[in-house]
Design a protein around this ligand. Structure first.
Ligand code: FMN
Length: 208
């Protein structure tokens, strides 16, 4: 069982990393393999809607995104953690997630998702909603916690004083392990739900 964690912060040992470490401790106690990728300190451009990924495998830009898609495919769950910048997730993680989800076409159904927003003061619930949307458009169940997943602190390390935020992260990690195990068992017992040919309309008109 494996979890991929994407850290949107540019800070190597920032508040996002501290929250991630709290989750990692739970995952390793439960023998869940963890693969962490930090994107906030990388140069990752946004999607340019070129359509290359519909004709070829992967994204036209040969950076970390294509490799990360393979790591995502090999995982049972995905944790996305972002610092809040101007009331939203940080720009680099959004560029990455747009391209990762758009350019990869493997079946993401029933991989378990969890998102966290880290802030000095405000914008966490909007960011939490923003990040969860990558899961809910892909039939990925969400592991929830005791609050809308956030963590507070401005300077590096201040989140260590946010006892409730870190406790919630541990709870979400445990819930995620439970869900991933339950889904694995259910897949073996019942298989995945039947799928349909997807109808793709622009509100009323079907694509030609
Ligand atoms: C460009 C920028 C914009 C920010 N915007 C917000 C914001 O809208 N709301 C907020 O509460 N904190 C904001 N912050 C503060 C960060 O979210 C906060 O310092 C957070 O702990 C950083 O997480 P990290 O240490 O994991 O990078 C902003 C910081 C930066 C650099």
């Amino acid at each position: 069982m494996k979890v991929l964690i994407i850290n949107g912060s540019p800070r190597l040992n920032g508040n996002s990393s501290i929250l991630i470490n709290e989750m990692k401790a739970i995952f390793s106690k439960e023998n869940v393999e963890v693969d962490v990728y930090q994107v906030g300190n990388k140069t990752i451009r946004g999607c340019m809607a070129c359509g290359y990924c519909y004709e070829h495998e992967g994204c036209v830009f040969k950076d970390d995104v294509n490799d990360l898609a393979k790591r995502f495919e090999a995982s049972d769950g995905l944790v996305v953690v972002s610092p809040v910048y101007y009331g939203s997730a940080n720009g680099t993680i959004i560029s990455l997630l747009d391209r990762l989800f758009y350019s990869s076409h493997f079946d993401k159904r029933f991989k378990v998702g969890a998102a966290f927003a880290i802030a000095r003061r405000s914008g966490t619930t909007a960011t939490f909603d923003e990040l969860n949307k990558y899961f809910t458009i892909n039939q990925m169940p969400i592991a929830s916690g005791r609050y809308w997943n956030n963590g507070y602190g401005r300077e590096q390390g201040q989140i260590s004083q946010d006892e409730e935020g870190l406790q919630n992260a541990r709870i979400v990690a445990r819930n995620m392990v439970f869900l991933m195990r339950a889904i694995k068992d259910a897949k073996e017992k019942y298989g995945l739900p039947e799928t349909e040919q997807i109808t793709f309309t622009h509100f009323i008109k079907k694509e030609a």
